[in-house]
Design a protein around this ligand. Sequence first.
Ligand code: PPS
Length: 302
Amino acid sequence: MTTSQSLRDQIAARHNKAAELSDEDKLYRYNGVLYPEMMCPESHLKVLGDTKARPDDIMLVAYPKCGFTWMLGVLKTIIAEATGNKVVTEILPLIEFLSREDFKIFDEAPSPRFVGTHMHPDNIPVSFYTKKTKMLVILRNPKDTLVSYYHFYNNNPVLPSAKSWDTFFSQFMSGNVAYGLYFDYILAWEKKMDDPNVKIITYEELKQDPSQGIRDISTFFGLTLTEDQVQQVAEGTSFDAMKKNSAKTHATMGSVFFRKGMVGDWKNHFTPEQSQEMDDAFNKHLAGTRLGAKLNYQQYCQ
Ligand code: PPS
């Protein structure tokens, strides 16, 4: 995959600029939802709907901290293995980070293009649905997502510092975090579960059986891997392997994007009351849903 160096530099520049903002100015609301000003200001979100999708775009979508970076590594390695390092254009990690000028580059980029987003499924540009772009969605249990997001708030300059664990917990539960309420996000995908161009996987199932996940993902994108290649991808994208390589791939943000990479770290953070509050919220929003069942909440969160 190629990434334009100038755009990579742009991200670093945005991180540096964000460090100069006060915490209060780091997030703003657009249609009621919070977004990081320095990465996706209103001017970006206003033009997002005009995006011209292609059927052969390779799309990866996730609520923040659900495993996007991991799946990006998996996808890149699958494509490299299956196609012999065929080049896929990666403009910026997330489509909402593109400015109007960046979109010109995106529009002219050769296929296949990699497209990532944290946007709520109803706010993903409609042309990705009409053009039948294949979308890989990765979800994660809400307790570990919250923990991962808490640490990200404290270590990513584009986000305000979490004032305290308890404050962040309340913000997450009420949807007052960047990209909005976790439960709204999951419920919106519930409605698209039968779309043949949407494949939903969970962080936990990938963790439990990476090889099977890799086989399923390759099949979904129409790519063929030998069993040896499946094992190569699994080894190359294990948490330890990606963390080890992170100084090269993510420079100074390496230790931020690759923190613990485990299931169940919530047990080191949640009070019994907070755990109960999340259980109640899960039941209220997701009990009886197919995605609720897929998240296997009882196994991973209780
Ligand atoms: S982001 O910033 O929203 O794109 O974050 P995202 O990449 O979606 O999620 C970050 C969490 O994923 C963990 N991670 C991994 N887990 C398992 N295997 C691999 N290879 C891997 N790579 C990243 C990362 O450590 C974050 O989880 P936590 O719980 O914070 O460790």
